[in-house]
Design a protein around this ligand. Sequence first.
Ligand code: KIV
Length: 275
Amino acid sequence: MYTHLQRDVSRPPVTLSTLARMKAEREKIACLTCYDASFAVLLDQADVDVVLVGDSMGMVIQGHDTTVPVTMDQMVYHSATVARGLHRPFQITDLPFMSYPSKDLALAHSVRLMQEGGAQMVKLESGGKQTEIVEFLTGHDIAVCAHVGLKPQSVHKTGGFRVQGREQDTAQRLLKEAQQLEAAGADLVLLECIPAALGKMITEALQVPVIGIGAGPDTDGQILVLYDMLDITTGRKPRFVRNFLEGAAHNNLEAVQAYVRAVKSGEYPAPEHCF
Ligand code: KIV
């Protein structure tokens, strides 16, 4: 019992209480995605606070054009490999496309991600109907991250990977959705691809920590897809991506350390990374 107490006490594991304290003390939360044990060990060494086993895996590892083909079994497999490499960072794992169409399926799949995949929190693309699902999961003491803004699992319905909330009415809807998700018990909110001003407004309106990707400099933390910031992915990258292997870093560890420093100091994201 309490085996983490037997590990390196100078680096206690990040918990939801740690993240709440960081928001209160305005210490930026540095997050990255990860899909395997080797990179998990490296991210831990670099003092990344939160690691997300994202369904972006479908695009950067599996070579699909979207995250839609990713299955539950694949998420469980990659989540478990990442969990084996982590000690300090808090681990979130994505519920993949259509794994949470009902409360019962969402619960059964969250249990798999936690029991077989070692996740400490599950993330689901949220708003509207999913608010009830978030309430159901958190009512069962499952830690939940609500993903708001650009929702990659819905790209075929919404017409592509586009910045969300540019217009006054959609910005108001996203703010309201984030507040409803917090009221439903969401412990963390992730904002993807929204104007920086809206990122600031939502972050200030919520008590829970808010992590942004392409959501401006004022969210409580930042996240990037690991393979984007290490420049492993080819082709045109989104505006918010910065290549951290460029410049002073000589290897992957130094690049991730540079990212953590840039997030903590507020140097990343710069105006050219924002909408
Ligand atoms: O799957 C993923 O990588 C994500 C990003 C938006 C962080 O959800």
